[in-house]
Design a protein around this ligand. Structure first.
Ligand code: ATP
Ligand code: MG
Length: 291
């Protein structure tokens, strides 16, 4: 607890696919805390924040009921639970797709073949809303786990489940036919905590660090040599920060150009830079990026 009041509290998944990513993110933004498997609670040594480790399904309700001020959970879980929480930031890990999949060898080819059929899912609310929007009347069967085996057991005709690589679907002779929701880990907050000045200030401080980390992870720092005459063309190619850094080289007429590049443009940019005359291209990761 800090001098002025209670620590901010954040709920994290105790064990599972989001657990490592959540801990890594909090460590990467400079928070110092003790953690070992099975721990339920851990205060930070250098920030007025307590970590609580819970089942992911419970996190939206705990945040809604202000048991904790913040939570890290999959977008699929917050949407399915329908809790009244504010969604603050997408965190860039835990990516997966909630997909409708059908047996590979069968007559069902698209969602429009699913009228009157049975669809098994652990996300019944999201699926029901999706089917309603598309005007499809199907029977939603709620299953809490191993949804992918239901068609082979003749419990369902199709499924709606989370997919990341698709290998579980392939192993069960299923193929995805429709994206229902693209999900990733998100930072959620209790709306009343955001109206409390002291807590809001702490949340903002934490978010500046988190956003700096996300931006850095999505950015590469690129350095290259080029003839001075290629500068204009290269500047046009770089979707960099504000203005690239230009350094003259010992060899007359040659310069070094440095710039930050968003990762999504990366390969596209490298090819264009080479064509414009850049050479000795070095690419390094960015640790933090505050703009
Ligand atoms: P808990 O014991 O906390 O309830 P769980 O078994 O419900 O855990 P996990 O399987 O650990 O949950 O998945 C947690 C979250 O990870 C999912 O809700 C989803 O947002 C994300 N995720 C990322 N990739 C996948 C995937 N391939 N399958 C399932 N979830 C995934
Ligand atoms: Mg769960």
């Amino acid at each position: 607890m800090d001098a002025k009041g209670q620590n901010l509290k954040i709920a994290l998944q105790r064990k599972g696919r989001l657990a490592d990513g959540s801990l890594q993110l909090l460590r990467a933004v400079g928070l110092d805390f003790d953690y070992h498997e099975g721990k339920l609670f851990s205060p930070c040594a250098n920030f007025p924040l307590d970590l609580l480790f819970l089942r992911d399904d419970d996190i939206p309700e705990y945040v809604q009921d202000q048991v904790t001020d913040l939570g890290i959970v999959g977008l699929n879980v917050t949407q399915e639970r329908g809790a009244e929480v504010a969604q603050l930031d997408c965190l860039g890990f835990g990516a997966c797709i909630l997909s409708i999949a059908v047996p590979r060898k069968g007559t069902l080819r698209s969602i429009y073949d699913l009228g009157g059929k049975r669809i098994a899912t652990s996300h019944p609310k999201i699926l029901a809303r999706f089917l309603e929007e598309k005007g499809i009347t199907a029977k939603v069967i709620e299953i809490s786990g191993s949804v992918e085996i239901t068609p082979s057991l003749d419990v369902a005709d199709a499924i709606c489940d989370l997919v990341s690589t698709g290998s579980t679907l392939r192993m069960n002779d299923l193929e995805p036919v429709e994206v229902v929701l693209r999900s990733e880990a998100v930072l959620i907050a209790n709306p009343a905590s955001l109206l409390d000045d002291r807590k809001k200030e702490l949340v903002d401080r934490l978010r500046i660090r988190i956003q700096g980390n996300i931006r850095a992870r999505r950015t590469k720092y690129i350095m290259m040599n080029a003839p001075e005459s290629a500068l204009q063309e290269i500047r046009g190619i770089l979707p960099g920060m504000k203005s690239p850094t230009i350094v003259p080289l010992a060899e007359k007429g040659m310069i070094a150009i440095h710039s930050a590049v968003p990762e999504e443009f990366f390969w596209d940019v490298i090819e264009k830079l080479k064509r414009a005359g850049a050479s000795d291209i070095l690419v390094v990761p960015v640790e933090k990026m505050v703009i």
